[in-house]
Design a protein. Structure first.
Length: 166
C-alpha cells in the first residue's frame, strides 16, 4: 500500500535529518564539553528521539503557539483521542484544551463530548478523517492544536478527566 511505503520513506528522511542536525550541532558546539553559552542556542537529537535544547540561560525558550481549531462533525473513522492539557478560564466555564494532532485530511477534530459528574467533568475529543479524502498520504507530524469548549455549567472545583484515557 502506498501509505505504508510513504511512511517508511518519511521515517528514513526524519532519521537522516536528525543525524545531520546532531552532527552540525556537535560541530558548532566545538565538540563535547564545550561551553554552550559561547555558541548560542543548539538543538540536538536526544537518545529517545526527542530534541534536546541547549540554550544559554539569558535566552528564553519560546514555546510554539497552538493552532485553534473548531470541531467538524461528520468525519469518518472517529476515535477518542487523548489531550495534553485542559485549563479552566476565570469564568469557570471556558475550557481550553491543548492536544497534538496530525495533518488534515487524515486527522480532523470531529467533536468534543462533555459529561458532568458530581466530582469530575469528563471531556472526550474525537478525531477522524475526511470521508471524501480517498487514498491520500499524510505525513506523520505533530501539530499543536487547541479547542475552546464552553461548559454548560461551572466546573465548580471538579476534576477535569480525559475521556480517552479511561
Amino acid at each position: 500500500m502506498q501509505r505504508t511505503s510513504s511512511k517508511a520513506a518519511l521515517v528514513a528522511i526524519v532519521i537522516v535529518s536528525m543525524l545531520v542536525v546532531g552532527a552540525v550541532a556537535y560541530a558548532n558546539r566545538g565538540g563535547e564539553g564545550s561551553d554552550p553559552s559561547a555558541g548560542g542556542a543548539v538543538t540536538v537529537p536526544g537518545g529517545d528521539g526527542s530534541m534536546v535544547h541547549d540554550v544559554p540561560s539569558d535566552e528564553p525558550i519560546v514555546e510554539p503557539e497552538p493552532q485553534v481549531v473548531e470541531p467538524r462533525p461528520g468525519m469518518a473513522g472517529t476515535y477518542a483521542r487523548a489531550f495534553d492539557s485542559a485549563t479552566i478560564g476565570a469564568d469557570d466555564r471556558t475550557l481550553t484544551i491543548d492536544f497534538v494532532a496530525g495533518v488534515e485530511p487524515c486527522y480532523v477534530l470531529d467533536r468534543v463530548e462533555v459529561t458532568y459528574g458530581a466530582d469530575a467533568v469528563t471531556v472526550t475529543l474525537y478525531d477522524g478523517h475526511e470521508p471524501g479524502a480517498g487514498e491520500v498520504a499524510c505525513i506523520d507530524i505533530g501539530i499543536l492544536e487547541r479547542v475552546i469548549v464552553e461548559l454548560d455549567e461551572p466546573l465548580g472545583g471538579r476534576a477535569i478527566v480525559d475521556g480517552a484515557a479511561r
